[in-house]
Design a protein around this ligand. Structure first.
Ligand code: FE2
Length: 248
């Protein structure tokens, strides 16, 4: 594996001792320049280590064939656990688009952020209940669709976290440069890390996973809530409805 990305929630409670453990485990990759991280809502809890994880809200990492743009989608409201939804402002959106447009030719252009730009089913009955009670806990990123529309043609892969199940969507499939929107799911729950393969800055249309002992991709647990009906249980979703939704 050439490069490892962790799209947020490096810690559970945003605690310094949790970050120290993460740093200890990932130090060899970081020292070799093969690690990129963005913060998640959990990193804003406790000691609030989130804003220490990257410089500014948009960062660019060049690594071999990769042009990685990190976007911090957390906000101060994430200090409360029940307010775990993301935040994207127009200036940060513009900065993100510009950073992706600046990718040198021949590089795989990748956007990393924690929160999901498109709606996904709740991960648990607790989340579903919170949604029903009016909490924005599981809500997709505001300006998420706008972000995807604006980066179309300048980005090959969007990796997000936050949702615990793995999902993949191919957006703008009929365009010259399709966009893969992917979530590896929670690696600490599945015991798996997702592997992406590229050759000459083109993503291979495969789905591969790494683990200590398992070789099977995770089987999605039943989805919860009203959104569950709108999406297939297949972890690779190439639904015309979703593409139309984003393009609209
Ligand atoms: Fe999260």
């Amino acid at each position: 594996v050439d490069h490892v990305v962790v799209t947020g929630d490096l810690t559970h409670g945003g605690l310094r001792r949790e970050r120290a453990l993460f740093d200890e485990i990932f130090e060899p990759l970081r020292a070799a320049g093969r690690l990129t991280v963005v913060p998640g809502n959990h990193d804003r809890l406790g000691d609030d280590i989130g804003r220490e994880l990257m410089e500014g809200q948009v960062s660019v990492t060049a690594a071999d064939e990769l042009h990685l743009v990190g976007l911090d989608s957390t906000g101060v409201h994430n200090r409360k656990y029940v307010s775990s939804y993301g935040e994207l402002t127009l200036p940060v959106l513009e900065e993100t688009v510009a950073a992706l447009q600046a990718a040198p030719p021949g590089k795989l252009s990748v956007l990393l952020l924690h929160h999901h730009p498109l709606g996904l089913p709740e991960d648990s009955w607790l989340e579903w209940t919170l949604t029903r009670l009016g909490f924005r806990h599981s809500e997709e990123l505001n300006l998420g669709k706008e972000l995807l529309r604006r980066i179309a043609g300048h980005c090959d892969l969007v990796l997000h976290g936050h949702r615990h199940r793995a999902w993949t969507r191919i957006l703008f499939e009929d365009e010259a440069r399709p966009l893969m929107l992917a979530n590896a799911g929670s690696s600490t729950e599945s015991g798996l890390a997702r592997l992406f393969v590229s050759r000459e800055a083109r993503l291979a249309p495969t789905q591969e996973w790494l683990s200590a002992g398992l070789s099977e991709p995770p089987v999605p647990a039943p989805a919860f809530g009203p959104r569950a009906q709108s999406i297939s249980a297949d972890p690779i979703v190439q639904s015309a409805g979703w593409r139309k939704d984003v393009a609209a």
